[in-house]
Design a protein around this ligand. Structure first.
Ligand code: FAD
Length: 425
């Protein structure tokens, strides 16, 4: 594979004589890494995206069983990057969200929180999209861009960011140099670890059992969240009569359920799921994801920035992890783009700190918020049950509060990067 040499005719304030393999090295070709490469390409930067897994593996139907609740802002970003058209047919608009308290063996109680897209001028709150479609669309878009070099089946084993360039070493001994190194390498980020960036967090003692089910009755675009004592059960609408299940259970019980046959799995799921969608059956492979909170102490370092799960891995209770990562991506690309227009060094601490200031508070607040919601709801304490039912009742009965929550969840409030407002560079 030939690596592009970058034209250094752009006016870079430092090291104008230095030749780099690319402007920005991105470690991690999951979801945030490729999206960042596409955003940077639009902003005029060349990048190299490196992923440890081979391309056929990443593009396989059963590589990752997740389906993402993409906030409206994330959908706008994918549209601005030219990705949305290629996945729109596979996406399911979320028309309503219903949340209820639930008891194992007794299913869900009557709903206590109900959000309807009809209350918002902007249309659907978000869309459900399966990982396989989003991942393939991102890989195809990277391959089609002459600003992006995509290296699959290549593991980064070492890095240095202290000199005149950021450099990574691959397992096969190759070395690549760039102005900036971005870690988009997930929750156990080696980029962060090698840079000495420590992480805070804890294990939730829960594992999410994830799969798609086919059901008899139409879902009408309604997303359901049942708060069971062991953890939340989300039933999220997919195109056709299908739903994505994210069933968080205590880790030991989850392992026991995961070990069972498909029939045993469905027998365990049915009492919690209930019969409101008629008969259910599995529609694909089952997956397990252990749940942990992990926050990087810093999002930046010399010649280095972290995005996505490498910066913050949150509980999936509100389906916000990828949405947060996409906001990092939009913010980082915008900060670098503006810095270049102003003639600043994109690797200076001043510039990188603008990114950190923009994103760190938002992500930490949301991560801890999700943590609290999970603690408040994943138990059977009658006093807590009373408080949360009361709180949710108040939100549900107050239209202004309800709309506020919906706009927040849709990413239509707050200081959103331009791409997430649907604006191109
Ligand atoms: C059960 C569950 C449900 C979820 N549902 C939602 C949802 O509905 N909505 C939502 O917004 N979010 C959701 N999330 C969160 C979302 O899945 C993550 O935030 C997102 O996948 C993170 O993407 P990423 O690209 O940052 O990291 P990853 O997807 O972890 O990608 C990291 C990549 O880095 C590569 N890599 C790692 N180390 C190296 C190395 N040394 N060299 C080369 N490559 C390397 C890996 O191969 C991998 O491809 C959910 C999470 C879970 C667990």
């Amino acid at each position: 594979m030939t690596l592009c040499r970058v034209d250094n005719s752009i006016n870079w304030p430092i090291m104008p004589h230095m030749t780099y393999d690319t402007d920005i090295l991105i470690v991690g070709g999951g979801l945030n890494g490729p999206t960042l490469a596409l955003a940077l390409a639009q902003a005029g930067f060349r990048s190299t995206v490196i992923d440890a897994n081979a391309r056929p593996k990443r593009e396989a139907d059963d590589f990752d069983g997740r389906a993402y609740a993409l906030a409206r802002a994330s959908q706008k970003m994918l549209a601005a990057l030219g990705i949305w058209d290629s996945v729109a047919d596979q996406a399911q608009a979320i028309s309503e969200i219903k949340a209820s308290d639930g008891h194992a063996g007794r299913g869900a109680a009557p709903q206590f929180l109900h959000f309807q897209a009809a209350e918002m001028e902007e249309g659907p709150m978000g869309y459900m999209l399966e990982d396989r479609y989003l991942r393939r669309a991102l890989i195809a878009a990277m391959e089609a861009s002459d600003m992006i070099t995509h290296l699959s089946d290549s593991t980064v084993v070492d890095q240095s960011t202290s000199g005149a360039a950021a450099e990574v070493t691959l397992a096969d001994g190759r070395r690549l140099q760039a102005r900036l190194l971005v870690g988009a390498d997930g929750r156990t980020s080696g980029v962060a670890a090698r840079a000495g960036i420590r992480r805070q967090g804890w294990d939730y003692g829960q594992t999410a059992l994830v799969c798609a089910v086919a059901h008899e009755l139409p879902h009408h675009g309604i997303a359901h969240q049942f708060f069971m004592p062991a953890g939340p059960l989300a039933i999220l609408p997919l195109p056709g009569n299908r739903a994505s299940i994210v069933w968080s259970e205590k880790t030991q019980r989850a392992a026991q359920i995961a070990r069972g046959t498909d029939a045993e799995f469905l027998a365990a799921l049915r009492p919690a799921f209930g019969d409101f969608l008629g008969e259910i059956e599995l529609a694909g492979v089952r997956f397990s994801y252990p749940l942990k909170l992990t926050l990087a102490e810093r999002f930046i370092g010399p010649r280095l920035a972290l995005v996505g799960d490498a910066a913050h891995g949150v509980h999936p209770i509100a389906g916000q992890g990828l949405n947060l990562g996409l906001r990092d991506v939009g913010a980082l690309a915008e900060v670098l783009h503006e810095a270049r227009i102003r003639g600043e060094d994109i690797t200076s601490e001043l510039v990188l700190d603008r990114y950190q200031q923009w994103r760190r508070f938002d992500t930490t607040a949301l991560a801890l918020g999700m943590d609290t919601v999970n603690r408040l709801f994943s138990n059977d304490n009658p006093a807590l049950r009373l408080i949360r039912d009361f709180g949710m009742g108040v939100v549900s009965a107050t239209p202004a509060l309800r709309r506020g929550f919906m706009r927040q969840a849709a990413g239509l409030a707050g200081d959103m990067p331009k791409l997430l407002q649907g604006e191109r560079f």
